[in-house]
Design a protein around this ligand. Structure first.
Ligand SMILES: NC(=O)c1ccc[n+]([C@@H]2O[C@H](COP(=O)([O-])OP(=O)(O)OC[C@H]3O[C@@H](n4cnc5c(N)ncnc54)[C@H](O)[C@@H]3O)[C@@H](O)[C@H]2O)c1
Ligand SMILES: [Zn+2]
Length: 358
Protein backbone atom coordinates (compact mmCIF):
# COMPACT_ATOMS: atom_id res chain seq x y z
CA UNK A 1 0.00 0.00 0.00
CA UNK A 2 1.21 3.50 -0.74
CA UNK A 3 -0.07 6.67 0.73
CA UNK A 4 0.72 10.15 -0.50
CA UNK A 5 -0.43 13.59 0.49
CA UNK A 6 -1.33 15.99 -2.30
CA UNK A 7 -1.56 19.74 -1.93
CA UNK A 8 -4.33 21.78 -3.45
CA UNK A 9 -5.62 25.31 -3.02
CA UNK A 10 -8.34 23.82 -0.82
CA UNK A 11 -5.82 22.11 1.48
CA UNK A 12 -3.94 18.85 1.38
CA UNK A 13 -5.56 15.45 1.07
CA UNK A 14 -4.44 11.81 1.18
CA UNK A 15 -4.36 9.44 -1.76
CA UNK A 16 -4.12 5.80 -0.76
CA UNK A 17 -3.35 3.10 -3.32
CA UNK A 18 -3.50 -0.57 -2.38
CA UNK A 19 -5.57 -3.75 -2.34
CA UNK A 20 -8.60 -4.39 -0.15
CA UNK A 21 -8.03 -1.15 1.69
CA UNK A 22 -11.38 -0.92 3.46
CA UNK A 23 -9.77 -0.17 6.76
CA UNK A 24 -7.97 2.85 5.29
CA UNK A 25 -11.18 4.03 3.70
CA UNK A 26 -13.00 3.71 7.00
CA UNK A 27 -10.36 5.60 8.91
CA UNK A 28 -10.13 8.36 6.30
CA UNK A 29 -13.89 8.86 6.31
CA UNK A 30 -14.10 8.65 10.10
CA UNK A 31 -11.48 11.38 10.36
CA UNK A 32 -13.64 13.62 8.16
CA UNK A 33 -16.35 13.13 10.78
CA UNK A 34 -19.25 13.65 8.35
CA UNK A 35 -22.82 14.26 9.51
CA UNK A 36 -24.02 11.95 6.74
CA UNK A 37 -22.54 9.99 3.83
CA UNK A 38 -24.04 9.72 0.35
CA UNK A 39 -22.47 7.09 -1.89
CA UNK A 40 -22.92 7.58 -5.64
CA UNK A 41 -22.22 4.69 -8.00
CA UNK A 42 -23.44 3.09 -11.25
CA UNK A 43 -25.23 -0.21 -11.66
CA UNK A 44 -22.10 -2.15 -12.72
CA UNK A 45 -20.11 -0.95 -9.74
CA UNK A 46 -22.92 -1.30 -7.20
CA UNK A 47 -21.44 -4.42 -5.50
CA UNK A 48 -18.27 -2.42 -4.73
CA UNK A 49 -20.35 0.48 -3.43
CA UNK A 50 -22.19 -1.93 -1.11
CA UNK A 51 -18.84 -3.06 0.29
CA UNK A 52 -17.80 0.54 0.84
CA UNK A 53 -21.09 1.26 2.56
CA UNK A 54 -20.82 -1.78 4.88
CA UNK A 55 -17.30 -0.85 5.81
CA UNK A 56 -18.27 2.72 6.69
CA UNK A 57 -21.35 1.63 8.61
CA UNK A 58 -19.06 -0.37 10.87
CA UNK A 59 -17.66 2.96 12.01
CA UNK A 60 -21.17 3.92 13.09
CA UNK A 61 -21.80 6.33 10.21
CA UNK A 62 -25.08 6.64 8.37
CA UNK A 63 -24.79 5.91 4.64
CA UNK A 64 -27.11 5.61 1.65
CA UNK A 65 -26.39 4.57 -1.94
CA UNK A 66 -27.65 6.22 -5.11
CA UNK A 67 -27.20 4.24 -8.35
CA UNK A 68 -26.98 6.01 -11.70
CA UNK A 69 -27.38 4.29 -15.08
CA UNK A 70 -24.15 3.04 -16.67
CA UNK A 71 -22.49 5.14 -19.33
CA UNK A 72 -21.39 8.56 -20.47
CA UNK A 73 -25.00 9.70 -20.96
CA UNK A 74 -25.32 9.82 -17.19
CA UNK A 75 -23.01 12.82 -17.15
CA UNK A 76 -26.06 15.01 -17.72
CA UNK A 77 -28.00 17.79 -16.02
CA UNK A 78 -30.86 15.30 -15.56
CA UNK A 79 -28.74 12.87 -13.62
CA UNK A 80 -27.20 15.75 -11.68
CA UNK A 81 -30.70 16.74 -10.64
CA UNK A 82 -31.38 13.16 -9.52
CA UNK A 83 -28.22 13.10 -7.43
CA UNK A 84 -29.05 16.46 -5.85
CA UNK A 85 -32.59 15.28 -5.07
CA UNK A 86 -31.06 12.21 -3.41
CA UNK A 87 -28.77 14.39 -1.27
CA UNK A 88 -31.80 16.44 -0.29
CA UNK A 89 -33.85 13.35 0.62
CA UNK A 90 -30.96 12.02 2.67
CA UNK A 91 -30.74 15.39 4.44
CA UNK A 92 -27.06 15.71 3.61
CA UNK A 93 -26.05 19.03 5.15
CA UNK A 94 -22.92 21.13 4.90
CA UNK A 95 -21.11 18.73 7.22
CA UNK A 96 -21.94 15.76 4.98
CA UNK A 97 -19.83 13.96 2.46
CA UNK A 98 -20.23 12.43 -1.01
CA UNK A 99 -18.33 9.26 -1.87
CA UNK A 100 -17.97 8.56 -5.59
CA UNK A 101 -17.51 4.83 -6.16
CA UNK A 102 -16.92 4.17 -9.85
CA UNK A 103 -15.08 5.23 -12.97
CA UNK A 104 -14.67 8.70 -14.38
CA UNK A 105 -18.34 8.99 -15.25
CA UNK A 106 -19.49 8.56 -11.67
CA UNK A 107 -16.53 10.62 -10.42
CA UNK A 108 -17.26 13.61 -12.65
CA UNK A 109 -20.99 13.63 -11.90
CA UNK A 110 -20.76 12.96 -8.16
CA UNK A 111 -17.87 15.41 -7.86
CA UNK A 112 -19.91 18.13 -9.50
CA UNK A 113 -22.87 17.37 -7.24
CA UNK A 114 -20.55 17.70 -4.22
CA UNK A 115 -19.23 20.99 -5.62
CA UNK A 116 -22.67 22.60 -5.87
CA UNK A 117 -24.69 20.98 -3.09
CA UNK A 118 -24.89 23.48 -0.20
CA UNK A 119 -22.26 25.48 -2.16
CA UNK A 120 -19.84 22.63 -1.78
CA UNK A 121 -19.50 19.64 0.54
CA UNK A 122 -16.66 17.19 0.98
CA UNK A 123 -15.91 14.58 -1.64
CA UNK A 124 -14.12 11.26 -1.33
CA UNK A 125 -13.09 9.48 -4.53
CA UNK A 126 -13.10 5.71 -4.71
CA UNK A 127 -12.02 5.17 -8.33
CA UNK A 128 -12.80 1.68 -9.70
CA UNK A 129 -11.38 1.92 -13.22
CA UNK A 130 -7.71 2.18 -14.07
CA UNK A 131 -8.49 5.40 -15.94
CA UNK A 132 -10.12 6.95 -12.90
CA UNK A 133 -7.20 5.87 -10.69
CA UNK A 134 -4.49 7.33 -12.92
CA UNK A 135 -6.36 10.31 -14.27
CA UNK A 136 -9.88 11.49 -13.49
CA UNK A 137 -9.91 11.11 -9.68
CA UNK A 138 -6.92 13.48 -9.41
CA UNK A 139 -6.90 17.13 -10.37
CA UNK A 140 -10.27 18.41 -9.24
CA UNK A 141 -12.11 18.67 -12.54
CA UNK A 142 -15.77 17.74 -12.15
CA UNK A 143 -18.77 18.23 -14.38
CA UNK A 144 -21.39 17.01 -16.80
CA UNK A 145 -21.87 17.22 -20.55
CA UNK A 146 -23.88 19.90 -22.30
CA UNK A 147 -26.51 18.86 -24.83
CA UNK A 148 -23.91 19.12 -27.58
CA UNK A 149 -20.54 19.46 -25.93
CA UNK A 150 -18.55 17.23 -23.62
CA UNK A 151 -17.74 18.44 -20.08
CA UNK A 152 -19.32 21.83 -20.86
CA UNK A 153 -20.73 22.41 -17.38
CA UNK A 154 -18.58 21.93 -14.34
CA UNK A 155 -16.43 23.15 -11.52
CA UNK A 156 -12.99 22.68 -10.06
CA UNK A 157 -13.60 20.83 -6.82
CA UNK A 158 -10.79 19.06 -5.00
CA UNK A 159 -11.47 15.82 -3.11
CA UNK A 160 -10.87 15.41 0.61
CA UNK A 161 -9.39 11.96 -0.02
CA UNK A 162 -8.92 9.43 -2.81
CA UNK A 163 -8.86 5.72 -2.05
CA UNK A 164 -7.81 3.58 -5.02
CA UNK A 165 -8.53 -0.06 -4.25
CA UNK A 166 -6.80 -2.19 -6.86
CA UNK A 167 -9.05 -5.14 -5.96
CA UNK A 168 -11.81 -3.40 -7.95
CA UNK A 169 -9.79 -3.74 -11.17
CA UNK A 170 -10.53 -7.47 -11.08
CA UNK A 171 -14.09 -7.01 -12.35
CA UNK A 172 -13.21 -4.31 -14.88
CA UNK A 173 -13.95 -5.15 -18.55
CA UNK A 174 -10.65 -5.91 -20.35
CA UNK A 175 -11.26 -3.20 -22.97
CA UNK A 176 -11.51 -0.53 -20.28
CA UNK A 177 -8.30 -1.80 -18.67
CA UNK A 178 -6.42 -1.77 -21.98
CA UNK A 179 -7.71 1.68 -22.91
CA UNK A 180 -6.37 3.19 -19.71
CA UNK A 181 -2.87 2.19 -20.74
CA UNK A 182 -3.01 4.91 -23.39
CA UNK A 183 -3.05 7.45 -20.55
CA UNK A 184 -0.36 5.54 -18.68
CA UNK A 185 1.89 5.59 -21.77
CA UNK A 186 1.06 9.30 -22.06
CA UNK A 187 2.51 10.00 -18.60
CA UNK A 188 5.51 7.82 -19.40
CA UNK A 189 6.40 9.51 -22.70
CA UNK A 190 5.55 13.03 -21.61
CA UNK A 191 6.85 13.01 -18.06
CA UNK A 192 8.37 9.84 -16.66
CA UNK A 193 11.14 7.89 -18.36
CA UNK A 194 11.32 5.43 -15.44
CA UNK A 195 7.66 4.58 -15.94
CA UNK A 196 8.34 3.99 -19.63
CA UNK A 197 11.05 1.47 -18.77
CA UNK A 198 8.84 -0.18 -16.17
CA UNK A 199 6.01 -0.58 -18.70
CA UNK A 200 8.40 -2.10 -21.20
CA UNK A 201 10.04 -4.46 -18.72
CA UNK A 202 6.95 -5.68 -16.91
CA UNK A 203 4.42 -5.95 -19.71
CA UNK A 204 3.27 -9.56 -19.09
CA UNK A 205 2.69 -8.95 -15.39
CA UNK A 206 0.98 -5.65 -15.98
CA UNK A 207 -1.28 -7.08 -18.64
CA UNK A 208 -2.18 -9.76 -16.08
CA UNK A 209 -3.04 -6.93 -13.65
CA UNK A 210 -0.37 -7.86 -11.10
CA UNK A 211 -1.37 -5.81 -8.07
CA UNK A 212 2.07 -4.94 -6.74
CA UNK A 213 3.14 -3.61 -10.12
CA UNK A 214 -0.13 -1.82 -10.70
CA UNK A 215 0.39 -0.11 -7.38
CA UNK A 216 3.65 1.41 -8.57
CA UNK A 217 2.18 2.33 -11.95
CA UNK A 218 -0.81 4.10 -10.40
CA UNK A 219 1.50 5.78 -7.88
CA UNK A 220 3.76 7.13 -10.63
CA UNK A 221 0.84 8.39 -12.73
CA UNK A 222 -0.84 10.07 -9.75
CA UNK A 223 2.47 11.71 -8.83
CA UNK A 224 3.02 12.93 -12.39
CA UNK A 225 -0.47 14.39 -12.62
CA UNK A 226 -0.31 15.90 -9.15
CA UNK A 227 2.98 17.64 -9.89
CA UNK A 228 1.50 19.38 -12.91
CA UNK A 229 -1.81 20.19 -11.26
CA UNK A 230 -0.06 21.67 -8.21
CA UNK A 231 1.63 24.17 -10.53
CA UNK A 232 -1.49 24.98 -12.47
CA UNK A 233 -4.71 23.95 -10.78
CA UNK A 234 -6.95 25.96 -13.13
CA UNK A 235 -5.28 24.96 -16.36
CA UNK A 236 -3.76 28.23 -17.42
CA UNK A 237 -0.44 26.86 -18.72
CA UNK A 238 1.74 23.96 -17.58
CA UNK A 239 -1.21 21.60 -17.09
CA UNK A 240 -1.42 21.48 -20.90
CA UNK A 241 1.28 18.80 -20.88
CA UNK A 242 -1.42 16.33 -19.77
CA UNK A 243 -2.99 16.94 -23.14
CA UNK A 244 -0.23 15.03 -24.91
CA UNK A 245 -1.86 12.89 -27.61
CA UNK A 246 -5.23 14.51 -27.02
CA UNK A 247 -5.19 17.09 -29.85
CA UNK A 248 -5.44 14.62 -32.71
CA UNK A 249 -6.97 12.09 -30.30
CA UNK A 250 -10.04 14.15 -29.45
CA UNK A 251 -10.42 15.00 -33.14
CA UNK A 252 -10.47 11.31 -34.10
CA UNK A 253 -12.90 10.51 -31.28
CA UNK A 254 -15.29 13.24 -32.45
CA UNK A 255 -14.85 12.57 -36.20
CA UNK A 256 -15.63 8.87 -35.66
CA UNK A 257 -18.84 9.75 -33.84
CA UNK A 258 -17.24 8.25 -30.72
CA UNK A 259 -16.90 4.81 -32.34
CA UNK A 260 -13.21 5.00 -31.50
CA UNK A 261 -12.72 4.74 -27.74
CA UNK A 262 -10.87 7.46 -25.85
CA UNK A 263 -7.83 5.28 -25.17
CA UNK A 264 -7.48 4.18 -28.78
CA UNK A 265 -7.92 7.76 -29.92
CA UNK A 266 -5.24 9.01 -27.52
CA UNK A 267 -2.86 6.29 -28.75
CA UNK A 268 -3.53 7.51 -32.30
CA UNK A 269 -3.00 11.10 -31.15
CA UNK A 270 0.35 10.28 -29.56
CA UNK A 271 1.48 8.57 -32.77
CA UNK A 272 0.45 11.63 -34.79
CA UNK A 273 2.15 14.04 -32.37
CA UNK A 274 5.39 12.04 -32.39
CA UNK A 275 5.37 11.81 -36.19
CA UNK A 276 4.97 15.60 -36.38
CA UNK A 277 7.68 16.15 -33.78
CA UNK A 278 10.02 13.99 -35.85
CA UNK A 279 9.26 15.94 -39.01
CA UNK A 280 10.04 19.16 -37.13
CA UNK A 281 13.30 17.72 -35.82
CA UNK A 282 12.02 17.93 -32.25
CA UNK A 283 12.56 14.27 -31.41
CA UNK A 284 14.40 11.21 -32.63
CA UNK A 285 13.13 8.40 -34.82
CA UNK A 286 14.00 6.06 -31.97
CA UNK A 287 11.43 7.83 -29.74
CA UNK A 288 8.71 7.46 -32.38
CA UNK A 289 9.49 3.76 -32.72
CA UNK A 290 9.75 3.07 -28.99
CA UNK A 291 6.42 4.75 -28.30
CA UNK A 292 4.83 2.88 -31.16
CA UNK A 293 6.12 -0.47 -29.93
CA UNK A 294 4.98 0.16 -26.37
CA UNK A 295 1.46 1.17 -27.45
CA UNK A 296 1.16 -1.91 -29.64
CA UNK A 297 2.46 -4.10 -26.82
CA UNK A 298 -0.37 -2.84 -24.59
CA UNK A 299 -3.07 -3.71 -27.10
CA UNK A 300 -3.25 -0.29 -28.74
CA UNK A 301 -2.20 -1.11 -32.31
CA UNK A 302 -1.84 1.54 -34.99
CA UNK A 303 -4.91 0.44 -36.91
CA UNK A 304 -8.12 2.34 -36.19
CA UNK A 305 -11.53 2.00 -37.89
CA UNK A 306 -11.63 3.94 -41.13
CA UNK A 307 -12.41 7.62 -40.71
CA UNK A 308 -11.90 10.19 -43.47
CA UNK A 309 -8.71 12.15 -42.72
CA UNK A 310 -10.49 15.35 -43.79
CA UNK A 311 -13.01 14.90 -40.99
CA UNK A 312 -10.31 14.43 -38.40
CA UNK A 313 -8.37 17.44 -39.72
CA UNK A 314 -11.52 19.57 -39.62
CA UNK A 315 -12.10 18.61 -35.98
CA UNK A 316 -8.63 19.62 -34.77
CA UNK A 317 -9.13 23.42 -34.64
CA UNK A 318 -12.47 22.82 -32.92
CA UNK A 319 -10.66 21.24 -29.99
CA UNK A 320 -11.76 22.78 -26.70
CA UNK A 321 -8.19 23.69 -25.92
CA UNK A 322 -7.63 25.63 -29.16
CA UNK A 323 -7.79 29.42 -28.93
CA UNK A 324 -9.36 31.18 -31.94
CA UNK A 325 -8.64 28.11 -34.04
CA UNK A 326 -4.95 28.16 -33.07
CA UNK A 327 -3.87 24.80 -31.78
CA UNK A 328 -0.94 24.49 -29.39
CA UNK A 329 0.51 20.98 -29.72
CA UNK A 330 2.30 19.06 -27.00
CA UNK A 331 5.41 17.66 -28.62
CA UNK A 332 7.59 14.84 -27.29
CA UNK A 333 11.26 15.84 -27.09
CA UNK A 334 12.77 12.71 -25.58
CA UNK A 335 11.34 9.77 -23.64
CA UNK A 336 9.98 11.21 -20.39
CA UNK A 337 9.84 14.79 -21.56
CA UNK A 338 7.22 16.56 -23.67
CA UNK A 339 6.78 20.27 -24.24
CA UNK A 340 3.47 22.09 -24.65
CA UNK A 341 2.79 25.17 -26.76
CA UNK A 342 4.11 24.22 -30.20
CA UNK A 343 2.57 25.75 -33.32
CA UNK A 344 2.62 23.24 -36.18
CA UNK A 345 2.33 24.17 -39.89
CA UNK A 346 -0.88 22.62 -41.25
CA UNK A 347 0.79 20.63 -44.06
CA UNK A 348 2.70 18.68 -41.41
CA UNK A 349 -0.49 17.95 -39.49
CA UNK A 350 -2.22 16.89 -42.69
CA UNK A 351 0.60 14.54 -43.61
CA UNK A 352 0.83 12.92 -40.18
CA UNK A 353 -2.93 12.43 -39.81
CA UNK A 354 -3.34 11.06 -43.34
CA UNK A 355 -0.47 8.63 -42.82
CA UNK A 356 -1.75 7.46 -39.46
CA UNK A 357 -5.15 6.71 -40.99
CA UNK A 358 -3.82 5.01 -44.13
N1 LIG B 1 -12.23 14.78 -14.40
C1 LIG B 1 -11.18 14.48 -15.11
O1 LIG B 1 -10.08 15.03 -14.93
C2 LIG B 1 -11.30 13.42 -16.17
C3 LIG B 1 -10.15 12.92 -16.78
C4 LIG B 1 -10.28 11.90 -17.72
C5 LIG B 1 -11.54 11.40 -18.01
N2 LIG B 1 -12.65 11.92 -17.41
C6 LIG B 1 -14.00 11.39 -17.69
O2 LIG B 1 -14.05 10.05 -17.25
C7 LIG B 1 -15.05 9.36 -18.00
C8 LIG B 1 -14.51 8.01 -18.41
O3 LIG B 1 -14.16 7.31 -17.25
P1 LIG B 1 -13.98 5.73 -17.25
O4 LIG B 1 -13.15 5.31 -18.39
O5 LIG B 1 -13.56 5.37 -15.89
O6 LIG B 1 -15.44 5.21 -17.64
P2 LIG B 1 -16.75 4.80 -16.82
O7 LIG B 1 -16.85 5.45 -15.52
O8 LIG B 1 -17.87 5.02 -17.77
O9 LIG B 1 -16.51 3.25 -16.62
C9 LIG B 1 -16.37 2.38 -17.73
C10 LIG B 1 -17.28 1.15 -17.59
O10 LIG B 1 -16.77 0.29 -16.61
C11 LIG B 1 -17.74 0.01 -15.60
N3 LIG B 1 -16.98 -0.16 -14.37
C12 LIG B 1 -16.32 0.79 -13.67
N4 LIG B 1 -15.61 0.23 -12.67
C13 LIG B 1 -15.85 -1.11 -12.75
C14 LIG B 1 -15.38 -2.22 -12.00
N5 LIG B 1 -14.48 -2.10 -11.03
N6 LIG B 1 -15.85 -3.43 -12.34
C15 LIG B 1 -16.73 -3.58 -13.36
N7 LIG B 1 -17.17 -2.57 -14.12
C16 LIG B 1 -16.73 -1.36 -13.82
C17 LIG B 1 -18.67 1.19 -15.64
O11 LIG B 1 -19.93 0.84 -15.17
C18 LIG B 1 -18.69 1.49 -17.14
O12 LIG B 1 -19.58 0.64 -17.80
C19 LIG B 1 -15.41 10.24 -19.16
O13 LIG B 1 -16.65 10.82 -18.92
C20 LIG B 1 -14.33 11.31 -19.15
O14 LIG B 1 -14.79 12.56 -19.64
C21 LIG B 1 -12.54 12.91 -16.49
ZN1 LIG C 1 -7.57 11.34 -21.77
Amino acid sequence: MVRLILDSSAGSYPVVIGSNIHRELRSVVTRLDPTGVAIITDSNVRPWAVKVSKSIKRAGLKTAIHVIPVGERSKSMNQLQEVLAFLERQRIDRGGCVIAVGGGTVGDLAGFAAAVWQRGIRLVGVPTTLLAMVDSSIGGKTGVNGTRSKNAIGAFWQPSAVIADLATIETLPPASYRDAFAEVVKYAVAMDRGLFDLLKRERPRLLAADRALLESVVFRCVTAKALVVAKDEREKGPRAILNYGHTAGHALEAASGFRVSHGRAVAFGMRVAAEIALSMDLCSKRLVESQDELLTAYGLPDRVPHVEPARVLAAIPRDKKARRGKVAWVMPRRLGRAEPGHAVPSPLVRRAVTRALA
